[in-house]
Write a protein that binds this ligand. Structure first.
Ligand code: AMP
Length: 420
């Protein structure tokens, strides 16, 4: 038997309903926040991720699904959403009007990671990116999105951790301080950290393996290396968050796994007992160099992404049910196959007039069909027999009052429109 690839999963039943519910809620939230929908390809030129996400990130150095297409081009299944959106922003010259572009997206991402609870090889992210403004208020808006979403879903155990990496100057000063600090201790570090030391020493602070070493705990803190402008930016972000009643903590350990961040970075953690180690529900930050790095003009950007799977796991851990049961309007029962064609006519008539429902496709007995009715719980049951076909009628039964009437098919839509 052919099985699904490792680290992937199928969606059906309850899970499908939950996913649709979150999609609907996020879409609705995005229109309230005035973001515009973007969709970019699932595969892109490999170079986009190497230049964009960065050579030193685990995602690019160890986890991408790379392949050559039949034209011998190097392609990569997207491991995250930002690089593709930035590419699209540049390629379509959306910076042209000098204004703000606020984008949201949703889609599957691919990382060749070791599958474990909360970590998949194919997973889904919802995300937003805003280009064209360096206003710290926009950083606060971005942080407020997942907080609002989680609140709307009823999640209580969440913690917002923020940090700053400063602008280029501050980041460079900090980088040098880290190099000085870690150089004498290189032999204590893991192989990955030795590599990161050369390419991007900030990433040392992100290492899961070495995080308890003394040399990690005594590492210099970015806060002491910020120039005036970066300090001001970070202070304003905090002031706006406070004004927006968003609880947060400044956590110098948040540096994020991707190379492109500048200034504000943040993560939202699930603080739920027994939730497990994959507890970062979402992450993001400002990336003022990325548009330029990918060949565009110097335009600042800020964004975040959350994983669908971890959000569903957090909802389950807090025993939150996503109820979005929409009652169907009708269920049609043709008494036998001779009247099926007329049933199909009624079915289509109802659907094109905006009613949702179904017909019996298993050609079961009336008794068996009433079992289906119990399961589907439609508002109306429509029964089609010989008499209905001959006289162009339908028999329609209100499933809650049990009242049954025969009406002309031409009057069916008016009849339904006038019921409450
Ligand atoms: P990142 O793009 O690594 O900053 O991740 C952002 C969010 O995507 C995380 O907080 C998770 O919710 C989710 N995520 C990242 N990697 C995975 C994965 N392998 N499986 C499931 N969710 C993931």
């Amino acid at each position: 038997m052919i099985q699904k690839p490792k680290g992937t999963y199928d969606v059906y039943g309850e899970k499908g309903k939950q996913i649709l519910y979150i999609e609907k809620l996020f879409k609705c939230l995005m229109s309230k926040y005035n973001y515009e929908y973007f969709k970019t390809p699932i595969f892109e030129a490999s170079e986009l991720f190497h230049r964009g996400v960065g050579e030193t990130s685990d995602i690019v150095s160890k986890e991408t699904y790379d392949f050559k297409d039949r034209g011998d081009r190097n392609m990569t299944l997207r491991p995250e959403g930002t690089a593709g959106i930035v590419r699209s922003y540049i390629e379509n010259k959306l910076y042209g009007n000098g204004g703000l572009t606020k984008a949201w997206y949703y889609g599957s991402m691919y990382r060749y990671e070791r599958p474990q609870s909360g970590r998949f090889r194919e997973f889904n992210q919802f995300g937003v990116e805003a280009f064209g403004s360096n206003d710290p208020a926009l950083d606060a808006e971005i942080i407020s999105i997942p907080v609002t979403l989680y609140k709307m879903l009823g999640l209580k155990g969440i913690k917002v951790n923020i940090n700053t990496l400063g602008d280029n100057e501050s980041r460079n000063n900090y980088r040098n301080a880290l190099i000085e600090h870690f150089r004498p201790h290189l032999d204590e570090l893991c192989e990955d950290c030795k590599n990161r030391f050369e390419k991007n020493p900030l990433r040392l602070l992100d290492c899961k393996q070495d995080k308890d070493l003394e040399v990690m705990k005594t590492a210099p803190k970015i806060i002491d290396y910020l120039n005036e402008e970066s300090r001001k930016h970070f202070e304003l972000v905090q002031e706006y968050l406070t004004q927006m009643n968003i609880d947060y903590k400044v956590n110098p350990g948040v540096v994020r796994g991707l190379d492109y961040y500048t200034h504000t970075v943040f993560e939202v953690e699930a603080d739920i007992e027994g939730f497990g180690s994959q507890n970062v529900l979402c992450g993001g930050g400002r990336y003022n160099n990325l548009v330029e790095t990918l060949g565009g003009p110097s335009v600042p950007g800020v964004g975040f992404a959350f994983g669908l799977e971890r959000l569903l796991a957090a909802l389950e851990a807090e025993k939150i049910n996503l109820e979005d049961e929409e009652q169907i309007d009708f269920y049609i029962i043709p008494v036998d196959e001779t009247v099926k064609a007329y049933g199909m006519n009624v079915l289509n008539l109802l659907r094109i007039n905006g009613f949702n429902g179904d017909i019996d496709y298993l050609n079961r007995s009336i008794k068996a069909n009433f079992k289906t009715v119990d399961r589907l719980n439609p508002k109306y049951i429509i029964i089609i027999g010989e008499d209905e076909v001959k006289n162009k009628l339908v028999t329609i039964k209100n499933n809650s009052t049990k009242e049954e009437v025969k009406i002309k098919i031409d009057e069916l839509i008016d009849y339904l429109d006038n019921q409450d």
